[in-house]
Design a protein around this ligand. Structure first.
Ligand SMILES: *Cc1c(COP(=O)(O)O)cnc(C)c1O
Length: 388
């Protein structure tokens, strides 16, 4: 009897994929190849590397590792999440139409509206909570569907496989920004999407010490076009940034487990707090899409959003009193952060759009870190008391 060879698990890939001992020296950890150029032994005599904008061995290791974690054939790393998103959009041409989730990352919305639109792309924003909204927005010129799930900051979900199904039928490619869930909790390609992007600044890097992005796909023509743009436009990460990201990736699985445990503890606690109007966390059965979260994700992530009673003044006093949570933009690091989306991450949305989406002045977003959960809960309680 022949046994089918078992594919390596996520944790094993995170630590080993693309990271064989260094061929030149045997170094166990992928070295930081801090070089811009590679000496060639005669015409055409290079070892796969010629100039570091085109490729660099430290970056290649990161690209291979990230691709393996998303179940993709190809991976490309960028200098930031926005550079990765911009590279994907660069594959479109004037007149092409994109359907995007309505409450996407503020920077993505700004790129679409202020950079891509003036260059001739057309956008329709659809509420991803009903996949029918995406299906209905597809037109003859639609080339790309842009999904964020869970969304930022309202943590609403889009059904990746339902949307991918309707897009596939019309030849429209589907891209998922998987930053919030990370590949540990959600695998968009396995659910039918064509492209995954990450801000690796967040959970993938995981330590708030490096900015980066990535694009993963198994579609050869998408890879070729985005790779062409990566080299032509040059938004690449330096070798040290690639190395830091690769180092962060090694512990992604254990960090994500802990983020999710702590986030659930915080969300459950906030749900019972008298100063809190409502709590949004996909892992709570009160989340309107809890069933979809259970179907499409293998864990609910580390982001928790809630609304305080008494709107902005109450929120402001609350922020000032927190000690363990830092009042800062960004998310996904080992340390807990808190932010005010209406004036920070989502200030690039017009007030009317924020209002319609429900990003109110009293909305607070937590990136729950991996500290002792009891300390996090105590910090929130103390800040509520101080805010009166
Ligand atoms: C942060 C973020 C981005 C942008 O990534 P940068 O690394 O900051 O350029 C894109 N999408 C989501 C969901 C993000 O959280």
């Amino acid at each position: 009897m022949t046994m089918k060879k078992r594919a390596p698990g996520f944790e094993t890939l995170a630590i080993h994929a693309g990271q064989e001992p260094d061929l030149a020296t045997g170094a166990t950890i992928v070295p930081i190849y801090q070089t811009s150029t590679f000496t060639q032994h005669g015409i055409g005599g290079h070892k796969g590397f010629q100039y570091a904008r085109s490729s660099n061995p430290t970056r290649s290791a990161l690209e291979k590792c990230l691709a393996s974690l998303e179940g993709a054939s190809f991976g490309l790393a960028f200098s930031s999440g926005m550079a990765a998103i911009s590279a994907v959009l660069s594959t479109l041409r004037p007149g092409d139409h994109v359907v995007a989730s309505a409450d996407i990352y503020g920077g993505t919305y700004r790129l679409f509206e202020k950079v891509c639109k003036p260059q001739g792309l057309d956008f329709t924003y659809a509420d991803g909570r009903d996949p029918g909204n995406f299906a209905r927005a597809l037109g003859p010129k639609t080339r790309l569907a842009w999904i964020e799930t869970p969304t930022n900051p309202l943590l609403s979900l889009a059904d990746i496989s339902a949307i991918s199904g309707s897009c596939r039928a019309k030849g429209v490619k589907v891209a998922v920004d998987n930053t919030f869930a990370s590949p540990y909790f959600q695998k968009p390609l396995a659910l039918g999407a064509d492209i995954v992007v990450h801000s690796t600044t967040k959970y993938v890097g995981g330590h708030s010490d490096v900015v980066g992005g990535a694009m993963l796909t198994s579609v050869r023509e998408v890879y070729d076009a985005v790779k062409f743009h990566q080299n032509a436009a040059g938004g690449v990460p330096g070798p040290f940034d690639a190395w830091l990201t690769l180092r962060g990736l090694k512990t992604l699985a254990i960090r994500m487990k802990r983020h999710a445990e702590n986030a659930l503890a915080v969300a459950e606690h906030l749900s019972k707090h008298p100063a809190v109007e409502s709590v949004i966390y996909p892992g709570l059965s009160s989340h309107p899409q809890h069933d979809l979260a259970r179907r499409q994700m293998t864990g609910f992530g580390g982001m928790v959003t809630f609304r305080v009673k008494g709107a902005r003044p109450a929120a402001d006093a609350f922020f000032k009193a927190l000690k363990v949570f830092s009042f800062a933009e960004s998310l996904g690091g080992v340390e807990s952060l808190v932010c005010h989306p209406a004036t920070m991450t989502h200030s690039s949305f017009p007030a009317s759009v924020r209002e319609r989406l429900g990003i109110t002045e009293g909305t607070v977003r937590l990136s729950v870190g991996i500290e002792d959960a009891a300390d996090l809960v105590a910090d929130l309680d103390a800040a509520f008391s101080a805010a009166g």
